[in-house]
Design a protein around this ligand. Structure first.
Ligand SMILES: [Fe+2]
Length: 260
């Protein structure tokens, strides 16, 4: 089974490049996962963003620390398991932290998310939350985990924790694609899949306002960077529950196809 994982989609340039890529490449994949927690100008996603991603061919959208920034996302999470939030929220939080789907080839695949706790808001234990997901997993079924976390150390330890038990542990949240993709005991891993958006930016936001905040300590309001987006993600080749390979993907529309 070939799975595409699209890294954090940031604002309109991120949405546009994902739509442009999937228009011509969606049929190359059996299943498509995208982190969409920054689609709405960096802060969450609305019903419209979710629908546009579904229409483009995305099977499951994952969230993160900005997941609830738009109130509509809370409603959506209660309506559909195709929006997956972190599994280590406290019991009673709307939505699901893991859900199982049928890929285009007929195989079943579980998608789960957890959030890290290092340099992030306090949450329940992500290791134990994902242990619970693994325990529920039927034998031989693929499991792709989006580990939304800041610290490289925590992400790499999650690889060690789940190696041989998950098909893939894909890091998100830091918005810069790392070059450390690997497969350990059949578990594909990358510290960060990267951001789908304007790469010449402060992880998606325009430089000017962020620069003012750092240099002059002015309380400037962030504005999403404008311009052409690049899609960042990884392509996984899964053999039942185990990964055969992981490949980094970066894609920008050829000049002729660009409309901005
Ligand atoms: Fe995030």
């Amino acid at each position: 089974m070939r799975v595409l994982f699209i890294g954090d989609i940031f604002s309109t340039p991120g949405m546009k490049v994902v739509q442009a890529y999937l228009e011509q490449a969606r049929h190359e994949y059996d299943f498509i996962i995208a982190n969409g927690e920054n689609a709405a100008g960096g802060f969450g996603l609305t019903r419209r963003h979710f629908q546009q991603l579904r229409e483009a061919g995305v099977d499951v959208v994952t969230l993160g620390n900005h997941g609830w920034d738009q109130a509509e996302a809370v409603e959506l999470a209660e309506e559909t398991p195709r929006l997956v939030r972190a599994a280590n929220y406290p019991p009673g939080t709307p939505g699901v932290g893991a859900a199982t789907f049928q890929a285009r080839g007929g195989e079943r695949i579980t998608v789960a998310q957890a959030m890290g706790r290092v340099f992030m808001d306090a949450l329940d234990d992500p290791f134990r939350a994902l242990d619970a997901v693994v325990e529920e997993l039927p034998d031989g079924q693929a499991l792709v985990v989006d580990f939304h976390a800041e610290a490289t150390s925590e992400k790499k330890v999650m690889l060690y924790h789940l190696a041989g038990r998950a098909s893939a542990v894909i890091g998100t949240h830091t918005h810069v694609q790392t070059a450390d993709e690997t497969v350990v005991r059949g578990t594909a891993y990358i510290t960060d899949a990267g951001m789908s958006g304007v790469q010449a930016s402060s992880i998606g936001m325009g430089f000017e306002e962020v620069h003012d905040r750092f240099v002059h300590k002015l309380p400037r309001r962030y504005r999403p960077a404008q311009g052409r987006g690049t899609l960042s993600g990884v392509v996984l080749e899964l053999d039942g529950p185990r990964a055969r390979s992981i490949r980094r993907l970066q894609w920008a529309a050829p000049d002729a196809d660009r409309d901005d």
